[in-house]
Design a protein around this ligand. Structure first.
Ligand code: GLN
Length: 551
């Protein structure tokens, strides 16, 4: 029997109360004791991965080092534990069912009836145990997506129930994250939905040992005691978790409420080191102590759902805190920008980020934002599509290639400055077929990119099919664009930057996935520093605002 312990985390009452953040935070407080932690998310939907879903359905698609397109909670896991996860950390019902059905077609089960129990449950259990054995973790934390009571989640609950019997009692702990609604008329928080949710969980054979009581208001002891009594949980194991000022407060709140020690005791963990959350506390302190305010626009197609840009937003938060700035993010809908709206707002920002995306809608608005940034010397960071847009804009307005475009948006363009990568040409299937995951990139010495990173070679995560068209490299370079990051074989442009601009840089990769609260990403720090300088210069000579408004 392996030494790995398992923490299974379910959600009750409603979704979107921060179960993923709670799981990530538990990871951090265990890691702070010197334990090796791995985290896994079980997603009950039938998509094989979220890569084919609209960001409006699902939020951001987080890309792992090994090129898996995964749930955005994995981004929280990486940011909070500062450990890179792999594709093993996201299991969907789609993956599990397709694997079993593939085996059945191959004839692996000849003669047998294939059933949800045991075939599907066994496959789920195998994948959970695999994370433990592959990572050699002391503790594997498993988050079950959705809320208890969802029909599609039942099979996952059954799998984690069964796992307990396969493990020693002290090897598994069940944590239930619930929500206490606030009744405006009486000003009270209510525990009844949480009690029902625990009852539902128990009807599946799972008795939680820990309840995390999320609420938008402080949760007093009377309420936690009441839940302890009705739900049969130790009073000290009902952990109140009122909405935090910053998500990075959550590990500290859980630790201060005694959760870390409770888990250590219950799982009889051999703790290798004294609890040390000092670095985390210092980071949170730094965020809180920020004095300046920096206004940064995120110009995207899915800005109505901020979760669609989760890692971008957090990377900005990390970089801003490192530069002692509080962030004022202006979310600008790119397709409205092209209709002439929000231009005044763009004029008030200190920096612009154009994040990744797919499809034509909103592209012209992003091009407009890039043009605005170039002409007015506003610091700009383009992420994947944001880099492609920056190149299209340069082609159209500097090189005068009037209808320059990406072949993603206009196959017939006379100037396909962005085009399909050769190895993407014959791909028919949509799922998991982009250029995905980590690749090395060489930086050009004497470039903004090299100065910003302070390194000659970097490794970054990708998710794209289209790429800068090398036929145009020379003319772009002659006219003021520098390709400061290239794949080691020189075939792919990974970073483009404007020579005559304080900071206008685009990366074909997604630097946002590598930013950590304690280690902000250099490209975001570069943007923030340039934006602070631009803001301060503007303050000093208020006449010098936007130079050209000829959009
Ligand atoms: N749609 C573009 C491509 O596939 C950009 C992708 C992205 O921004 N992640 O290349």
């Amino acid at each position: 029997m392996s030494k790995t312990r398992f923490i299974f985390c379910t959600g009750g009452v409603v979704s979107s109360v921060g179960k993923g953040l709670t799981v990530a935070s538990i990871g951090r407080i265990l890691k702070a004791r010197g334990l090796k932690v791995a985290i896994q998310k079980l997603d009950p939907y039938l998509n094989v991965d979220p890569g084919t879903m609209s960001p409006y359905q699902h939020g951001e698609v987080f890309v792992t080092t090994d090129g898996a397109e995964t749930d955005l909670d994995l981004g929280h896991y990486e940011r909070f534990t500062d450990e890179n996860v792999t594709r093993l950390s996201n299991v969907t019902a789609g993956q599990v069912y397709s694997e079993i059905i593939e085996k059945e077609r191959r004839g692996d089960y000849l003669g047998n009836t294939i059933q949800v129990v045991p075939h599907i449950t066994n496959e789920i259990k195998r994948r959970i145990l695999l994370v433990g054995s592959k990572t050699d973790a002391d503790v594997v934390i498993v988050e079950v997506g959705g809320t208890v009571g969802d029909i599609e989640g039942e099979i996952f609950l059954e799998a984690i129930r069964q796992l307990r019997t396969g493990l020693r009692r002290k090897d598994a702990l069940y944590v239930h994250v619930t929500f206490l609604p606030h009744i405006g008329a009486t000003g009270e928080l209510k525990t009844k939905p949480s009690q029902h949710s625990v009852r539902e969980l128990r009807s599946k054979g799972i008795q939680p040992q820990v309840i995390i009581a999320r609420a938008d208001y402080p949760v007093n002891k009377e309420l936690t005691d009441k839940m302890a009594m009705f739900c049969d949980v130790d009073p000290e194991a009902v952990i109140p978790l009122p909405t935090a000022e910053s998500i990075y407060d959550v590990p500290l709140m859980l630790e201060d409420a005694g959760l870390g020690q409770y888990i250590v005791d219950k799982l009889k963990l051999d703790v290798p080191a004294e609890l040390d959350l000092s670095e985390w506390r210092a980071t949170v302190e730094q965020m809180r102590a920020a004095t300046g305010t920096l206004r940064v626009a995120i110009v995207g197609k899915y800005v109505a759902l901020h979760d669609a840009y989760m890692s971008v937003k957090e990377a900005l938060v990390h970089a801003a805190a490192a530069c002692h700035q509080k962030l004022d993010i202006r979310w600008i809908q790119s397709d409205e920008l092209e209709k002439g709206r929000h231009l005044e707002e763009l004029e008030t920002v200190d920096g612009i980020v154009v994040p990744g995306g797919f499809g034509y809608r909103g592209i012209e608005g992003k091009i407009l934002a890039a043009r605005f940034a170039r002409q007015n010397r506003v610091p700009y960071l383009g992420l994947c599509l944001g880099m492609q847009v920056m190149c299209i804009e340069f082609a159209r307005h500097v090189l005068q290639y009037e209808d320059a475009n990406s072949t993603e948006f206009d196959e017939a363009t006379a100037y396909p400055v962005i085009s399909l990568m050769p190895d993407q040409e014959n791909i028919q299937e949509m799922g998991g077929t982009m250029r995905l995951g980590e690749y090395p990139c060489h930086l050009l010495p004497e470039s903004i990119a090299a100065a910003t990173y302070g390194l000659p070679e970097i490794r970054e995560r990708h998710r794209h099919r289209f790429e800068f068209n090398n036929l145009y490299r020379d003319i772009f370079q002659q006219q003021g664009m520098r390709f400061s990051g290239l794949s080691p074989d020189n075939t792919l442009v990974e970073i483009a930057e404007l020579v005559d601009h304080p900071y206008m840089l685009g990366s074909q990769f997604h630097p946002e996935f590598l930013s950590r609260p304690n280690r902000p990403h250099p490209l975001f720090v570069g943007l923030v520093k340039a934006a602070v300088a631009a803001r301060d210069a503007r303050r000093e000579s208020p006449g010098h605002t936007v130079a050209e408004k000829d959009l």
